[in-house]
Ligand binder design. Sequence first.
Ligand code: FNR
Length: 342
Amino acid sequence: MERSQRKMDHIRFTLETREETESFWDDISFPPNSLPNIYYGNIELGTTLAPFALDSPIIINAMTGGAAATTEINRALAVIARERGLAMAVGSQMAALRDEAVSHSYQVVRKENPTGLIFANLGAEATVDQAMRAVEMIEADGLQIHLNVMQELLMPEGDRDFRGYLDHICEIKEKLPVPVMVKEVGFGMAKETIGQLIEAGISLLDVGGRGGTNFAKVENKRHHLPMAMFENWGFTTAESLLETEPWRGRHAAFIATGGIRNGLDAVKAIALGASAVGIAGSILRLVQTSPLEMCLEYVDLWHHQMRVAMTALGAATVKELQEVPVLITGKTAEKGRLRGWN
Ligand code: FNR
């Protein structure tokens, strides 16, 4: 199947796969604080993903590029990122490395947002040369390397050989002039993987958990399979964040992507140890269905929700929010007992 057709299919099926109303985030709650001793106007949403300082913990995460029709989506996302000071990643640039004619669909992001924080994106099969070219293509500040083993396995035309990924990642990290982040795409990360990546020197990790865009569902739908398969594979974003506990705040900073629908989900992710959150499907749905002004109002609302929750919890900064007490119940707590979380 043509790569650009696949990209359009991914967008179509993400839009068609209805957002779940029940969420693993329901397992996470906070003891209320009736005396927070804090002023809403003093809440600071700035955060650090060393070496980067972000004005907002919300990142527009990697989605698209590579097909003519994706240029306008990327343009809209870039304008939102610029207007609200959000970092942004483009979708996998492999398409443009293979066919220069489509590089414009990625470059539009830098054109619309000349001074914003922008991440390039490639899979772990990429070579150092490809990584350099992806970064240069959009004058990126950093590179995301995505890990999507299960998604590839579920695509009839997907990769089947996953040997050497960690070696590629190490080599790219060593040779690239910009920082490298490693991200999952919705199946979550276990502490075993996190440990391997941190040992290899990766200090920016996006745990990319299950619970939002579900590529097993998307692929099952695309190929009209008679039975649903692997739709519950992996760890949710909350479970993945709990796996990061041994390294939090010391050797690495974590980004939580997967099922972030609003500011309260973002606050819960940060309270579980994330330094920033990535949003993909929710913002794609927004730009595809609403005028730009309304998209900007939604981002303002997410920021407002974060400020409301942080005020009510007495946390003036992202750092303080990472320290508030959290209650973990339900399936998340059950899995935690098996995995030895505190
Ligand atoms: C993605 N995602 C993704 N990730 C990546 O690293 N490279 C990519 O090219 C893509 N492509 C892509 C296309 C579409 C249409 C979607 C919706 C998503 C994954 C994305 O960055 C994110 O990890 C997941 O979508 C989970 O986040 P949400 O959607 O639950 O917020």
